[in-house]
Design a protein around this ligand. Structure first.
Ligand SMILES: *Cc1c(COP(=O)(O)O)cnc(C)c1O
Length: 376
């Protein structure tokens, strides 16, 4: 038996026909851009998030970039970002003319350490740089310490932006991840919690002026027909993706329940392997909507090879942290050592995880991990 990492075919088998009908409806309508599907999706998802504005865009990356672009922070001001994340989080910082300052994550939690952020902020001031914003990532779906980060930012006049690309549906203190900062970016990339059949994303915010500006920016900076007030770009979501997302959103809560079920199942079965296998803690009052189920494993690479031999697909997010990536070389005016990031990048392993797993598959994964450590 092969255990796939993510098998999108199983979701498609469940509601593919409904998706096909929705796509056909859009095709026949010939309304392909800025139509009713996109408008309805924005309303439905903003309501779900508990915010006033949802702005449909072409990807999670563009969502993040548009937030930075609309905020118009002074050039060369500092954006505090984790290094233990997908490249987009910091790529957009360079694109917006800001300087990334990579901050460490916690020892046993894959998100920004507030302590490390404090240290970074003080170094930034000492060296005469202008602090601008913090981009908090809720990696794998585990909520960042958003309440503390928001308080930290408010005390220092910093702007909190959320990269909630992997955390659509996650909650902290009964509030949705992505709704704590001035704005949050979500991705609907095919393997994310809510996923399109291509690229798509959304910006969520309560700030009306920011929402208006982002709406203009994603349409070439247009504020009136054929009148360009800002230097924008083409960052729209198309109607076909919006229609697909609306179908899938109907099943979203059910799928979250399934994700929770498999996460608990893994946690229950793997907790006995501590300290060879360590699980990420949960923040109090948090309800993570996990997009990836990730363990910290001793002999990670050997375990991954063993699982591959057993026909179990796994992945490493992320093997090379961003502060070691060539694109950020020479761009780091400020840096601190990132011991937790370095260690996690050696330890993390993401296991097969998606709503439509079968119990025997999850059991097979757990048994194989147990066997690996029993024999090594
Ligand atoms: C997926 C992802 C993005 C980018 O989203 P795209 O839709 O692929 O552009 C940004 N940040 C994180 C943490 C992600 O996982």
């Amino acid at each position: 038996m092969q255990v796939p990492f993510i098998d999108l075919k199983r979701a498609y088998a469940r509601y593919g026909q409904e998706i096909e009908e929705a796509v056909l409806r859009v095709l026949r309508s010939t309304k392909y851009i800025n139509g009713p599907e996109t408008r309805e999706l924005e309303k439905e998802l903003a309501t779900f998030m508990g915010v006033n504005h949802g702005i449909a865009v072409s990807s999670g990356t563009e969502a993040l970039y548009l937030i930075l672009k609309a905020l118009d922070l002074p050039q060369k001001s500092i954006a505090f970002v984790p290094s233990f994340t997908f490249v987009s989080t910091a790529e957009v910082v360079l694109r917006a003319g800001l300087i990334p300052f990579f901050v460490d994550v916690e020892e046993d939690y894959p998100n920004l350490s507030v302590e490390a952020l404090k240290e970074a902020y003080e170094l930034c001031l000492k060296r005469g740089y202008q602090p601008g914003c913090v981009i908090a990532v809720s990696l794998y779906g585990y909520p960042a310490r958003l309440t503390e980060l928001l308080a930290f930012c408010q005390e220092r006049n910093l702007i909190l932006i959320e990269d909630a690309c992997q955390a659509f549906g996650s909650e902290l203190e009964d509030k949705k991840v992505g709704s704590f900062g001035v704005a949050g970016a979500v991705s609907f990339y095919p393997t994310k919690n809510l996923s399109a059949a291509g690229d798509a994303g959304m910006v969520f915010t309560n700030d009306e002026n920011l929402a208006l500006k982002i709406r203009a920016l994603k349409e070439h900076g247009q504020t009136k027909p054929y009148f360009y007030e800002y230097h924008g770009l083409n960052g729209r979501m198309d109607e076909v993706q919006a229609a697909i997302l609306r179908v899938k959103f109907k099943y979203f809560n059910e799928e979250l329940t399934l994700r929770e079920r498999w996460a608990k199942f893994y946690e229950k079965n793997l907790s006995q392997l501590n300290p060879k296998v360590k699980l990420f803690k949960h923040l109090p009052n948090s309800k993570p909507a996990l997009s990836l189920f990730t363990i910290r494993a001793t002999q990670r690479n050997e375990l991954q090879q063993y699982l591959e031999k057993m026909h179990i697909a796994t992945n490493v997010y992320y093997r090379i942290p961003l502060h070691h990536q060539p694109i950020f070389k020479d761009k780091l005016s400020l840096s601190l050592s990132l011991p937790n990031t370095e260690r996690l990048s050696q330890e993390v392993l993401s296991l097969p995880f998606f709503p439509y797993l079968e119990e025997e598959e999850v059991l097979k994964v757990c048994k194989a991990i147990e066997e690996f450590y029993a024999n090594c």
